[in-house]
Write a protein that binds this ligand. Structure first.
Ligand code: SF4
Length: 486
């Protein structure tokens, strides 16, 4: 009888976890150790006391779908359209009823589910499983043809053939027996597991077949790329770079420094350098002009101010000026959330007091420090220079302030009005920092703040779709904010 059928694990109770960050970190560690459907056990947690006390039973992750089952699900006759309630009077989702999230997926195809990366700030493994579940080539090709033939507005470009990770299609452990016994939280951290197959040939075949279809002019790859896996297949990188990049390829090293990278369970920046070399070589060979856009996270647990400074120096050295940056935000179920909440590292054992085999984590809290970390990522934005000058002096790195090429930020301060306009995106959000707007700069700041983009007072827009909440028939309680639609 497999272990999952013989035993359960009792987590600390909800009340304990709620009031004790160390127990929260412990519970999070246990949950993440029980993510392999081959050996995970059920988790049980007590909730409430007295007459309302009950146990919540959390089933182990389901056995992954086979390719035939995946095809069954994906081949169902979907409408490939948003709910008609959101359409205009002509049934259209264009112009005023355009939904940004729909535009993004309208011509994109999901070829697989799951991720074995285990990045700690992400909870895809908890949502979709750590074992990759792939559709068949036939099913994917049929969906490309369906989009071509049935989706209004198709101009010949498929915007993505992907999934949680673009290049994990059909990758996995070399045998089902080894896979079922494995307790590792990632197949690619701290390095690529020797039991992992990294053959990209099935994916290359789909790309080639897809772009040869009549009526298909271009297939782009918009999903995130695991570049540490991609460099194992130079043929794949060549295929991707030659045919499937739309000018920019976004990849996510997330950081350059080993402190935060070890807390994120991400590969070292050396892999990025190797991928970039290949990317540049094949781009040149294809006679194209295209660029790699690396993404980074500011203020992730385990990131020191010096780590962010070193990242900024790396960015400057490589000529990057990040437009869109993200500051870490704790999200449900992620291990990094447990670090953020508890200050402990759930990737290692958790004891009541820190012992040799567990670890405290430097958590970036408070508006000032989070702003500083983000400012390092956007060292090129003059609005951040006063904050960065102050921080660099306090860190004993005033040598980075000056007007030479080797300096990070200059000594002079231009008049900016507290706004920043992205070099690439004319419609990027403008930020007006009240403390930085003076009487002199007010007109410039006002002129650059798009008042039309401001929602009307009392309107709550959903984060992902930009749509007003759906009418649910629920009674509005005066003074209470309207709940977001789903
Ligand atoms: S043995 Fe390696 S490849 Fe197999 S599941 Fe475990 S970590 Fe992944």
């Amino acid at each position: 009888m497999p272990p999952r059928d013989r035993s359960v694990i009792r987590l600390p109770s909800y009340e304990q976890v709620k009031s004790d960050p160390v127990l929260y970190a412990h519970a999070s560690r246990v949950l993440h150790l029980e993510t392999n459907p081959g050996n995970a056990r059920a988790l049980v947690q007590a909730h409430g006391e007295g007459a309302t006390a009950r146990d919540v039973w959390i089933n182990p992750p389901p056995i992954p779908l086979t390719t035939a089952e995946m095809d069954y699900v994906f081949d169902l006759p979907y409408a490939r359209s948003p709910h008609p309630a959101y359409a205009d009077e002509n049934g259209s989702h264009d112009h005023g009823t355009k939904i940004p999230a729909w535009e993004m997926i309208r011509f994109s195809i999901n070829i697989m589910r799951g991720c074995f990366g285990g990045c700690t700030f992400c909870s895809i493994t908890e949502h979709e499983g750590r074992i990759i579940q792939s559709r068949s080539e036939e099913s994917i090709i049929k969906e490309i043809e369906d989009i071509r033939d049935k989706v209004k507005g198709f101009t010949g470009t498929i915007s993505d053939l992907g999934g949680p990770t673009a290049n994990m299609y059909r990758l996995g452990c070399k045998t089902p027996e080894i896979e079922a016994a494995c307790r590792k939280p990632s197949c690619v951290y701290p390095g690529i597991c020797q039991n992992l197959t990294t053959n990209h040939d099935p994916l290359i075949k789909i790309y080639r077949r897809g772009r040869a279809l009549k009526g298909v002019k271009k297939i782009l790859i918009g999903s995130g790329m695991r570049y540490d896996l991609a460099i194992k297949s130079p043929e794949y990188v060549k295929e991707l770079v030659t045919h499937h990049v739309g000018g920019y390829l976004k990849i996510a090293p997330e950081h350059t420094e080993s402190g935060p990278l070890t807390k994120m369970m991400k590969p070292g920046i050396g892999n990025y350098d190797k991928f970039k070399q290949m990317f540049d070589k094949f781009t040149l060979e294809a006679g194209k002009k295209q660029f790699l856009i690396p993404y980074f996270i500011a203020a992730h647990p385990g990131t020191s101010d010096a780590d962010m400074m070193n990242l900024a120096i790396w960015l400057k050295k490589h000529g990057f000026r990040a437009d869109q940056v993200q500051t870490f935000y704790p999200s449900p179920m992620a291990s990094a959330t447990a670090m953020y909440h508890s200050g402990r590292n759930p990737l290692r054992k958790i004891h009541r007091t820190v012992e040799s085999d567990d670890e405290n984590v430097d958590v970036v809290r408070g508006e000032k420090r989070r702003r500083l970390h983000k400012a390092f990522l956007r060292y090129h934005d003059p609005n951040n220079w006063p904050l960065l000058r102050e921080a660099l002096k306090a860190m004993g790195r005033a040598d980075l302030i000056g007007n030479g090429k080797h300096h990070l930020i200059p000594t002079y301060q231009p008049v900016t009005g507290g706004c920043y306009e992205s070099a690439r995106k004319k419609n990027s959000t403008f930020l007006t920092i009240p403390s930085m707007v003076t009487e002199k700069t007010k007109p410039a700041a006002a002129a650059r703040t798009p008042s039309a983009a401001k929602p009307r007072p009392g309107t709550v827009l959903t984060q992902h779709t930009g749509l007003p909440p759906r009418e649910t028939g629920a009674k509005r309680v005066p003074g209470k904010p309207v709940r977001k639609g789903r």
